[in-house]
Design a protein around this ligand. Structure first.
Ligand code: ZN
Length: 305
């Protein structure tokens, strides 16, 4: 673990140099036009600024990333990324607000932008493949009792979540679905994220019956029968494990979230699960992945995914 007093977390010049090195390992290029014909501007007020000699636009290491248009110094961004990357259960906006010395509102936006950097690419490679397997399962999140915290937080009903895990690579992906989403929705998600040359492992829910025939084979476990391993040795333990981590983190750290934000929290937990220490990804490598993910993404609060 990088010490919390490392230069990139405390000194703005060191932080900017860290982000520039991550973003442009082979030399700076212009985010507007791609030109490498750029030069660093001089003077204190233009610290960290470049000018593109081709399109004549100015840019910094923040341009075109989730850090763009934020007034929070880069070293605080890097510390926030490190904290969210290193905390297994997530880091609340309250904790970030105290640790970074920024307002609660700034911490809240910062955390959501970092979740955006943890999001999957738009066209992620399918998991599994020939000889591999994919575990799929659904779970429900929230409590509809009016006295419950989740209800008061704006979650007026239970929300459905579909989890897809590749137990060989350890990767997890999770999706917020409309409640009562049927076979077409589940199929669309699974065929997008799982290679159909894999074995599909699920419970006996009708959601998977037809879909299972599209896969190399379909292994099922009894839903209510407390069957943990089926007769061929297949389980859905990994995806259940992921759901457990997600729900414990949400209860302990975030105290539930509104349904409009659920996908963002799923992205966060799926990212950390897929890049966990047990898979050989340490805190530093995980934070570096988030920083790479911060490039080329801007957050729109309207879109649920
Ligand atoms: Zn340019």
């Amino acid at each position: 673990m990088t010490a919390l007093n490392a230069p990139e977390f405390t000194d703005e010049t060191a932080a900017v140099a860290h982000v520039e090195a991550s973003r442009w390992p082979d030399g700076v290029n212009c985010p507007h036009c791609g030109s490498v014909n750029v030069h660093r501007m001089g003077g204190k007020t233009q610290a960290g600024m470049f000018l593109c000699n081709d399109c004549r636009d100015k840019f910094t290491c923040r341009t075109g990333t989730v850090m763009e248009r934020s007034k929070i110094p880069v070293h605080k961004w890097l510390l926030a990324i490190h904290l969210m990357s290193a905390s297994k259960k997530g880091m609340s906006a309250h904790q970030l607000h105290r640790m970074l010395g920024v307002t609660y509102k700034s911490a809240w936006f910062l955390a959501h932008r970092i979740r955006e950097a943890m999001k999957l690419d738009d066209k992620p490679a399918p998991m599994g493949g020939e000889g591999g397997q994919i575990q799929a399962d659904e779970t429900y999140y929230g409590n509809t009792s009016k006295r419950s915290k989740s209800y008061r937080k704006g979650l007026k009903r239970k929300e459905a979540i579909l989890g897809v895990v590749d137990p060989d690579t350890g990767e997890a992906r999770a999706f917020h679905m409309e409640l009562g989403a049927g076979v077409p929705v589940v199929r669309e998600i699974i065929v997008k994220h799982a290679d159909r040359a894999s074995v599909l492992v699920s419970d006996e829910s009708k959601l998977y019956t037809k879909l299972g025939k599209e896969f190399a084979s379909h292994e099922t476990l009894l839903h209510w029968g407390h069957e943990y391993v089926n007769k061929n040795g297949f389980t859905t333990n990994n995806v259940e494990n992921f759901f457990g981590t997600f729900k414990r983190g949400m209860r302990g750290t975030y105290h539930f979230c509104g349904s409009q934000h659920l996908q963002r929290y799923l992205n966060e937990f799926a990212f950390r699960y897929s890049n966990r220490s047990g898979l050989g990804v340490d805190d530093v490598a995980r934070a570096a992945l988030i920083l790479k993910g911060a490039e080329g993404k801007r957050l729109t609060y309207r879109s649920p995914h």
